[in-house]
Design a protein around this ligand. Structure first.
Ligand code: 5RP
Length: 262
């Protein structure tokens, strides 16, 4: 790995723990208006001190995040479809020079293994990995799961392994039973998405189980910004990721923060 690429990756996966708490707020790129992200700048502002990076689109970055912020940016560079269409037909939406101009610490796209857009999205990943290698920018592959796919270790392991083989520098997927198997077969760091909003304790447990199974962190969105106490949630998840906190201790962090804020 070259110095620039390694340096950028170290801005996201913190060298002291090898782990990361990524805050994902890119949902609007295919969902449009998303509860909790009506005003993304306002949503993320109190969370930034506890996030290791921010995953978002260039539109939200330019309009809502002050350029004075020093949060590392994981820039979503795929899209072109919406919940009203066939999601797996994503293409690349950002030119390399704009990603560089926006000072992206990493670039990211979704791949749809087993979906109609499988070939196209995997070939886009390959293109992006070439860009990443050329300019020293790490590539995060996101394993999107189609409606009819089963989120099990066999499927997610297949998707993650393919991303690693093509050259992604890290991969984001979903937690599942037997997650150790996914980790064992993926020779790059794996982070997990949070998925749809669930109970706070359940979401903390999800992060805890993933870390225990060998995940390198989380790239969590809705379970943080749709929580009744987003700061409490990100602090709780952070304690699990970087301090190996137990579920009870982490939940207590969330609870106390919520109480303190009334
Ligand atoms: C969509 C994404 C989102 O960033 C992702 O799903 C993370 O957010 P959440 O924790 O809300 O699932 O990559 O493809």
């Amino acid at each position: 790995m070259d110095w620039g690429l390694e340096n950028r990756l170290n801005r996201i996966l913190k060298p002291d723990t090898g782990r990361t708490v990524m805050l994902a707020v890119d949902h609007g790129y295919f969902l449009g208006p998303t509860s909790g992200l009506e005003d993304p700048g306002r949503t993320v502002e109190p969370l930034l001190p506890y996030a290791d990076s921010l995953m978002l689109t260039r539109g939200v970055l330019r309009q809502c995040i002050p350029a004075s912020s020093d949060i590392p940016v994981v820039l979503r560079v795929s899209g072109g479809t919406s919940i009203l269409s066939e999601l797996s037909g994503e293409g690349l939406t950002v030119a390399t020079d704009d990603a560089i101009r926006l000072n992206a610490s990493a670039i990211t796209l979704s791949v749809f293994v087993g979906g109609e857009g499988e070939r196209e999205t995997l070939l886009n990943l390959a293109k992006l990995c070439d860009v990443g290698q050329k300019y020293g920018i790490p590539v995060l592959a996101v394993t999107a799961v189609g409606k009819d796919m089963v989120r099990d270790a066999r499927y997610l392991g297949l998707a993650c392994r393919i991303c690693a083989e093509i050259g992604a520098h890290f991969v984001k997927t979903y937690y599942c039973d037997g997650f150790e198997e996914v980790i064992a077969n993926t020779p790059i760091p794996v982070v997990i998405a949070g998925g749809k909003k669930i109970g706070e304790r359940e979401a903390i447990e999800l992060a805890h189980n993933a870390i225990k199974a060998g995940a390198s962190g989380v790239d969590m969105g809705r379970n943080i910004f749709q929580s009744d106490c987003p700061v409490g949630m990100i602090r709780a998840v952070r304690s699990v990721v970087h301090e190996n906190a137990t579920v009870n201790d982490a939940f207590e962090i969330y609870r106390q923060e919520k109480d303190a804020r009334g």
